[in-house]
Write a protein that binds this ligand. Structure first.
Ligand SMILES: NC(=O)C1=CN([C@@H]2O[C@H](COP(=O)(O)OP(=O)(O)OC[C@H]3O[C@@H](n4cnc5c(N)ncnc54)[C@H](OP(=O)(O)O)[C@@H]3O)[C@@H](O)[C@H]2O)C=CC1
Ligand SMILES: CC(C)(CO)C(=O)C(=O)O
Length: 306
C-alpha cells in the first residue's frame, strides 16, 4: 500500500517502521532534528520488541513531495491536530483514508468536519513508545495494537486492506463498527492511567501496589465510564472492572506517554484527557472529582517546553 505518516513519533514512528519493514511504500511527514535524523540515518526501533533499523527512510517536511496515498496515519499529539490537519490535503486521492491515532475522543470528528466523514477512521493505539533521541523510537512493552472503526458506518475496502497489512507487518489491527465505542474504551483506561501516573510522577507498579493510589486510579476509571454511559456511548458490560484488572498485567516500570512528556518538559495533552472528562461530565450531570484533581495537578505544566 502507499502510506503516509504525519507525526513520526512514538506511535507513528513505530507503526511506520513496521510497515516499511513489511515492504510498503511509506513516507513520513516530520520536522526538526528528528526529520534530519530520519533522512540521514534512517529510523531505529529499540526496547521491548528487540532492535531494528529501516534505512533509507523517505521523510519530508512538505507533504506535496509525497502526493496521494491509500492511507494517511495521523499521529501528532492532540494539541497539534488542527495545525497538522493542514498537511493532509496533498496526500488525498479520490479514495484516500485518514486514520487518527490520538488518545482523546474527538480527533476523528474534528478531521471529519474538514475532510468529510467518509474518509476518516478513528483509531485507538495500544502501544507504549517514545522518541528516545532523534531517529530512534523506544518501545516499553512488546505488543502493539490498533483498533479502529470508520466514522461513517460502511467500511471502505482500503480500510480492510490496511488492517490486513498491519496484521501481516507484525502488529495487531482490530476493526470495530462503532467509532465512539472504540475511542471511549481506550480513553477510560488511558485518561485514568496517564492522569494518575502524571499526577504522582510514578510508573504504574508503585501506583497499583499502594492502596491509596490504587483506589484513586480505580475511581478515575469508574468516573470516566460513568461519563461515557451518561452520554449514550455503548460500552462492554463490566468495562471498568476489566480495565482495572488490566493494570495488574502491565509492566511495573511502564509509564504513560503523558508522564514521559512531563519528565521531558514537553507540553501535555491533559486538557483533552482529564479536561475533556470534566467538561463532558459537567454537561451530562456526572460529578468528576478525581479527574478535576488530576486536571488541577497537571494544568500548570500543560504548556511546558523544555
Ligand atoms: N506514545 C505512546 O506510547 C502513545 C501515544 N498515543 C497518542 O498518540 C498521539 C501521538 O503521540 P506520540 O507518538 O507519543 O507523540 P510524539 O510527540 O512522540 O510524536 C508526534 C510527532 O509529530 C510531530 N509533529 C507535530 N506536528 C507536526 C507537524 N505540523 N509537522 C510535522 N511533524 C509534526 C512532532 O514533532 P515535534 O516533536 O517537533 O512537536 C513529533 O515528532 C497522541 O495523541 C498520544 O496521546 C497513543 C498511544 C500510545
Ligand atoms: C497507556 C498507554 C501506553 C497504552 O497504550 C498509552 O496509550 C499512552 O501512554 O499514551
Amino acid at each position: 500500500m502507499k502510506i503516509a505518516v504525519i507525526g513520526a513519533g512514538g506511535v507513528g514512528g513505530y507503526f511506520g517502521a513496521k510497515l516499511i519493514q513489511a515492504g510498503h511504500d511509506l513516507a513520513f511527514v516530520a520536522r526538526g532534528a528528528h526529520l534530519t535524523a530520519l533522512q540521514t540515518q534512517g529510523l531505529s526501533v529499540e526496547g521491548a520488541a528487540g532492535e531494528f533499523t529501516v534505512r533509507p527512510v523517505r521523510a519530508v517536511r512538505d507533504p506535496a513531495a509525497i502526493g496521494p496515498c491509500d492511507i494517511v496515519l495521523f499521529a501528532v499529539k492532540m494539541y497539534d491536530v488542527d495545525a497538522a490537519s493542514a498537511l493532509i490535503g496533498p496526500l488525498l486521492g479520490p479514495d484516500t483514508l485518514v486514520l487518527t491515532l490520538q488518545n482523546g475522543i474527538d480527533a476523528p470528528h474534528r478531521l471529519s468536519r474538514g475532510l468529510g466523514a467518509r474518509r476518516v477512521l478513528g483509531g485507538a493505539a495500544y502501544i507504549s513508545a517514545v522518541i528516545s533521541r532523534p531517529g530512534v523510537i523506544r518501545l516499553a512493552a512488546p505488543n502493539a495494537r490498533i483498533e479502529f472503526a470508520p466514522v461513517e458506518a460502511k467500511l471502505a475496502p482500503l480500510a480492510a486492506e490496511f488492517a490486513d497489512a498491519g496484521n501481516k507487518a507484525g502488529f495487531t489491527v482490530d476493526v470495530g463498527d462503532n467509532v465512539d465505542a472504540v475511542l471511549w474504551k481506550k480513553f477510560c483506561m488511558l485518561a485514568s492511567l496517564s492522569g494518575v501516573t502524571g499526577l504522582t510522577r510514578s510508573a504504574v507498579g508503585p501506583i497499583r501496589d499502594n492502596p491509596v493510589t490504587a483506589a484513586f486510579l480505580a475511581d478515575a476509571v469508574r468516573e470516566c465510564v460513568a461519563v461515557a454511559l451518561a452520554r449514550g456511548v455503548v460500552l462492554p458490560d463490566g468495562l471498568a472492572d476489566g480495565i482495572i484488572k488490566t493494570f495488574s498485567r502491565l509492566p511495573a516500570l511502564m509509564k504513560s506517554s503523558q508522564l514521559e512528556d512531563l519528565e521531558r518538559g514537553r507540553p501535555l495533552e491533559v486538557e483533552d484527557l482529564s479536561g475533556a472528562i470534566v467538561r463532558l461530565g459537567a454537561e451530562s450531570g456526572v460529578p468528576t472529582p478525581v479527574h478535576r484533581a488530576i486536571l488541577a495537578g497537571l494544568i500548570l505544566h500543560a504548556g511546558r517546553v523544555a
